[in-house]
Design a binder for this molecule. Structure first.
Ligand code: DMJ
Length: 447
């Protein structure tokens, strides 16, 4: 009997006895900062002036054969935020001296907008250097021909020199993730055309939602017809929802607010899936709402952040717990998981930030140390598995932990920035009137 009581007492006090030690935020912020510098120095040494670094072979990589300075533009505000003043100055000098958009290359409108336009705008707002705004304006003008479609939804590609467009088959993310950058550009240059084009695009997309208020995965921007009716919150759709909410916040836009409310209600009704493994958001047919798959992955993990931002902390918390389960299944998250069987569908890890971004938003909203613990787990796994002599690299597989050979620019723009923000004192980022674009570039409402 006494033994049994002792066991019960032991069990009840177990959480206190075995609780993880509190996370030392200052020490963690310093570690993240040091790893950022390690990555930046590797870029400087082996890929300076190019888009990205291949850390294993220590070679540069340019997306379109000619550099658009993806890594420096994407990293500038993180350098400033972390207080690397000399490096930030050097990056800015490189950008204003060398970056030219007068290039005969077909670029992806979405990628160039979130990384370059976003990075130039936040860089301008943080430094006040008008040359960065001038570059943003030049880029914006070169991207505008993409919107010349019968529907107003943009083509996927535009040639920066000739304005020639291509890629009529696009998707909600590429169509609906432009308004924060184009809208900010309008406000800062007093040229309404940017906001108007991006707003029309997102509205035209929304207008083509199904009767149950869902969008599909692929749409023809010339005819406006859906090519794929798979509806989910993963790659190809994800940041469309993020921008509906953030557009309402940054611009006080009532249309965006109403589109967001209708859309999130539909996601909660049709995509949210109460599985034995937790709350997830799966895939359904956009017309019937019939479930078509139980896949969820690294990209879907942006949703807890957006739920929290909209005030739904309860669902945000539960979904982040599911994401954490996905991360700890193998010690690092896979690109895609089947959450019903907990089997891995795509085993790569692309150094993605979304799960960390969500932990940061949750920590800001709840002050629950659990999210610091999660952040420490994310950081430790990334260091353990992705660190190389020259920066950090993606993984081919989270099962074998075999390394690939790329340090995407968003690793510096987002992954390390969100880790730093999670551990740094809250004052590190004055959040008053700031909205982060989907590439973690802080845009400040100054208008
Ligand atoms: C980034 O370029 C952006 O976060 C985008 O919204 C999704 N893909 C990467 C990060 O995973």
């Amino acid at each position: 009997m006494r033994l049994r009581i002792a066991a019960v007492v032991l069990l009840l006090s177990a959480p206190a006895m075995f609780a993880a030690p509190p996370v030392d935020r200052a020490a963690m912020a310093a570690k993240v900062r040091a790893e950022f510098l390690h990555s930046w120095k590797a870029y400087e040494q082996y890929a300076w002036g190019h888009d990205e670094l291949r850390p294993l072979t220590k070679q540069p990589r340019d997306w379109y054969g000619q550099s658009l300075l993806m890594t420096p533009v994407d990293s500038l505000d993180t350098l400033i935020l972390m207080g690397f003043d000399n490096e930030a100055q050097k990056a800015k000098t490189l950008i204003v001296d060398r970056l030219s958009f007068d290039k005969d290359i077909d670029v992806k409108v979405f990628e160039v907008t979130i990384r370059l336009l976003g990075g130039l705008l936040s860089g301008y707002q943080l430094t006040g250097d008008a040359r960065l705004l001038h570059l943003a304006d030049d880029l914006g003008a070169r991207l505008l021909p993409a919107f010349n479609t019968p529907t107003g939804m943009p083509y996927m590609y535009v040639n920066l020199r000739t304005g020639k467009t291509s890629g009529a088959r696009s998707n909600p993310a590429e169509i609906g993730t432009l308004i924060l950058e184009f809208g900010t550009l309008s406000k800062l240059t007093n040229k309404p055309v940017y906001f108007e084009k991006a707003k029309r695009a997102i509205v035209e997309l929304y207008k083509r939602r199904s009767k149950i208020d869902l969008v599909g995965e692929e749409i023809d921007v010339e005819t406006g017809a859906w090519v794929s009716k798979a509806s989910h919150v993963g790659g190809g759709i994800d940041s469309y929802y993020e921008y509906l909410l953030k557009c309402s916040r940054l611009f006080g836009d009532k249309d965006c607010e109403s589109m967001w409310k209708t859309s999130i209600a539909a996601l909660n009704k049709h995509l949210a899936d109460e599985a034995p493994t937790g709350l997830w958001y799966g895939e359904v047919d956009m017309d019937s709402g019939k479930r078509t798959s139980s896949e969820f992955g690294a990209l879907h993990a942006f949703l807890p952040a957006v739920l929290v931002m909209s005030g739904d902390v309860k669902r945000g918390r539960r979904l982040e717990e599911s994401c954490f389960r996905m991360w700890t299944l193998r010690g690092i998250e896979p690109e895609v998981l089947d959450y019903r069987t907990m089997t891995i569908k795509h085993a790569g890890y692309q150094l993605r930030p979304e799960i960390i971004e969500s932990a940061w938003y949750l920590h800001r909203a709840t002050h629950d140390d659990r999210y610091l613990m999660m952040g420490q787990t994310f950081f430790d796994s990334i260091v353990a598995h992705c660190r190389t002599e020259a920066g950090y690299t993606t993984l081919k597989s989270v099962v074998t932990m075999e390394k690939s050979d790329l340090m995407p620019s968003y690793f510096l723009a987002e992954t390390l920035k969100y880790l730093y923000l999670l551990f740094a004192p809250d004052a590190a980022m004055n959040m008053d009137k700031v909205v982060f674009n989907t590439e973690a570039h802080p845009l400040r409402r100054t208008w």
